[in-house]
Every structure is written in structure tokens, then in C-alpha cells.
Ligand binder design. Structure first.
Ligand SMILES: Cc1cc2nc3c(=O)[nH]c(=O)nc-3n(C[C@H](O)[C@H](O)[C@H](O)COP(=O)(O)OP(=O)(O)OC[C@H]3O[C@@H](n4cnc5c(N)ncnc54)[C@H](O)[C@@H]3O)c2cc1C
Length: 340
């Protein structure tokens, strides 16, 4: 039976292109000649690794390019990924790459993508990194899985405790800080919601807005009803010792004792390299994607933190990677975008 092409799929520039379908013996960056793959995945976190595994198993020829700087590198242990609760961040990646190494249609390059240009048959991807200098590769399609950078409140010592007793992900680390005196620190307008989530883990919570974060009167009343305090005074820093965080320092010099904190960062997309593609970015600052991870540009997909509304967690990113792999494979075959 022949599937009828949806109009969108028929317009897809890579549908049924022999170059994309017939991947000859390839030579990747650092090797002399042919540099053509069906898919280049940018970013080797859980989103990119999961996309890679599902795409190679769909017999796609994949190059995974990764700077290998996990967003969660600040923490010793990651939680919430089934069968891997408590795994060190780099170990989770190592295990995934080890699985991928078993597939002959997979290549890995530890380097950075610096730019992308659209061509008639796909994309040229520029790479630059230690040991390989500058190079380029051609791909029919791209998966953006390069995550986000975090912009934190400007407290000089905050990073020293980030990932150990100061966290951004409540779902990931709430369990480990239960029943402690907790600070919720941030400069955004969702601090009331964050504090309410944290109240699942402790009865001793103070929200520090640094005089910037907004909490409406009804929200303040709801927090008070839960026994959550709000402090609007300006912050100077955080303080701690070898045991971890011990307090939040106000500009007055006063130290408010706290042994754990949840900090609300702003997020910045890590995809300056894709500027020439003109990808649509939503009001929330993340890439606009459809339900299957297609961006606004044909042939460009996104998964993980850079695309996700909702919880930014390892297993969510991995799930999105698998979803994107399925959509990309269907698009290359030429199937309609909508699944039955
Ligand atoms: C401190 C901390 C602790 C966390 N703890 C947990 C936890 O316990 N459990 C949990 O589920 N989640 C946790 N998270 C969230 C989790 O780390 C992210 O949701 C997850 O890593 C997102 O995966 P990703 O694949 O989208 O991106 P990332 O894991 O951030 O991977 C992106 C990759 O892209 C690479 N990259 C970026 N730009 C380029 C480029 N130009 N060229 C090539 N490569 C590039 C980076 O080097 C990186 O390797 C934590 C986050 C933080 C900050």
C-alpha cells in the first residue's frame, strides 16, 4: 500500500531524495573526503542521545556533534530517570554513547557547531573544536538538542553551592532537601508558584524576591496561609561552609539561616549557531515546535530543554528526542505528518 503524501510532507525538501536515503560509506570530520549524513544532531544530552538511538535504529545515518557540557554538570547525581536514579550526569551520557557505538550508521564528534547554512539539498554545518580545527559537514536534516544556558540572580557565591544545596529543578531535588529551612530565590513573577511547589517538601520556607520578583496580593495571602514567608529586601549573597549552604545574606549584612535553596534562573537558548535559519522563538524564549518537534524551518527539528514547555528534566528531554526521531524518519519517508 502506498501512503498518500500530506501537502506539508510533499513540500519537504528532503523527501525521497536519493542523497538522503542512500548513505554511502561515510567519512566524518577529521577524515579526508565525503562529509554527508542524513541527520546531524547538535547536542549530546539526553535529548540528542535519545534522538540518535531511535534514528540509527530506523537505519538513518547520524552524526551526533556535542560540546559535552551538560547543563546539570554542577550536580554530582541526577534523579528521576527510571533505572538510573542517582546516576552522575556524565555517566548517563557515557552509557548512552556506549549503546550508540554498537551501530555502524552512527558517528560521534566531540566539538562545537559554530554556524549552519541552508543549501539546495539540506544544510552545511560548520564545526570547530580542539583537535579538528575548522570543518564542515552536509546533512539533509538537523536536530537541535543543544539545551539552554541559565542566567542566575547576581549573587557572587551562588554558583559555589549550585547543584549541591542550591537547585533550580524542584522535581529533581525537592526530595533531597525535605524538611530543611529552604529559601526560594528569584527575580521572576512565578515565585509564588515555585514556593507552593516547594511546600511539598518543607514547612519552613522563605521567598526572597531581591526586591525584583513580583508576588501579587492574592498570591501573597495564599503563601501566608501555607506558612510561607516573603522577604523583599535586597540580597547581597549566599553563604555556606563544607556542609553546604548556611544562609542568605542581605545587603544590610544580616544573614537569614537557610540550609537549602531553590533558585529561579532565566533561560537563554544555546543556538546562536542557527541564527541564519531564522527559527521562530516563542514569547517564553524557547523554540517554537509542533507536537512532534518540527521547528518553523523545514528539515529542522528540536528536542529537549531548548524546545520544551513543561518540566525540564532528563527523562522528558529523552522522550522528546524519541518523538522527534519518529517524526523526522516519517518525514524523510514522506508519510503524512498527522499520525492516525
Ligand atoms: C544543576 C542541575 C541539576 C539538574 N538535576 C536534574 C536531575 O536530577 N534530574 C533531571 O531529570 N534533570 C535535572 N536537571 C535538568 C537536566 O539537566 C536537563 O533538563 C537536561 O540536561 C536537558 O537535556 P538536553 O539534552 O535538552 O540538554 P543538555 O543536557 O543541556 O545537553 C545539551 C548539550 O548540547 C551541547 N551543545 C550546546 N551548544 C552546542 C554547540 N553549538 N555545538 C555542539 N554541542 C553543543 C552541550 O555541550 C551539551 O552537551 C538538572 C539541571 C541542572 C542545571
Amino acid at each position: 500500500m502506498t501512503a498518500e503524501l500530506a501537502p506539508e510532507a510533499a513540500q519537504h525538501p528532503f523527501v525521497k531524495q536519493p542523497a538522503a536515503q542512500q548513505f554511502v560509506e561515510q567519512q566524518i570530520v577529521g577524515q579526508p573526503e565525503l562529509e554527508q549524513v542524513e541527520v546531524v544532531i547538535i547536542g549530546g544530552g539526553p535529548a540528542g542521545l535519545s534522538a540518535a538511538l531511535n534514528l540509527v535504529r530506523a537505519r538513518r545515518h547520524v552524526l551526533l556533534v556535542d560540546g559535552n557540557r551538560p547543563r546539570n554538570a554542577a550536580t554530582f547525581y541526577s534523579h528521576g530517570f527510571i533505572t538510573r536514579d542517582g546516576v552522575p550526569p556524565l555517566e548517563l551520557r557515557r552509557l548512552a554513547r556506549e549503546e550508540l557505538d554498537a551501530y555502524p550508521n552512527y558517528r560521534y564528534q566531540r566539538t562545537m557547531v559554530t554556524a549552519i547554512e541552508r543549501t539546495e539539498t539540506g544544510f552545511t554545518i560548520m564545526l570547530k573544536g580542539p583537535g579538528i580545527g575548522q570543518s564542515e559537514i552536509h546533512a539533509a536534516t538537523i536536530v537541535i538538542a543543544s539545551g539552554v544556558a541559565e542566567v542566575m540572580p547576581a549573587l557572587p557565591t551562588l554558583r559555589a553551592f549550585y547543584g549541591t544545596s542550591i537547585h533550580s529543578c524542584i522535581e529533581c531535588s525537592g526530595w533531597d532537601e525535605q524538611d530543611k529551612p529552604i529559601a526560594v530565590i528569584g527575580e521572576t513573577d512565578d515565585l509564588a508558584e515555585r514556593a507552593t511547589l516547594v511546600s511539598q517538601f518543607s514547612d519552613d520556607i522563605i521567598v526572597f524576591t531581591n526586591g525584583i520578583g513580583q508576588i501579587s496580593e492574592p498570591d501573597a495571602a495564599a503563601l501566608a496561609a501555607r506558612g510561607i514567608l516573603i522577604d523583599h529586601r535586597p540580597l547581597a549573597d549566599v553563604v555556606g561552609d563544607t556542609t553546604g549552604l548556611t544562609g542568605v545574606v542581605l545587603t544590610t549584612g544580616e544573614i537569614v539561616p537557610r540550609t537549602a535553596a531553590f533558585m529561579r534562573p532565566h533561560y537563554r537558548l544555546m543556538q546562536e549557531y542557527a541564527a541564519s535559519l531564522g527559527l521562530a522563538v516563542g514569547a517564553d524564549g524557547f523554540l517554537v515546535v509542533d507536537a512532534d518537534g518540527r521547528t518553523s524551518a523545514p528539515g529542522v527539528y528540536a528536542a529537549g530543554d531548548s524546545a520544551s514547555p513543561g518540566p525540564r528534566q532528563l527523562i522528558v528531554a529523552a522522550g522528546q528526542g524519541a518523538r522527534v526521531a519518529s517524526a523526522l524518519n516519517r518525514d524523510l519517508i514522506g508519510l503524512p505528518q498527522q499520525r492516525p
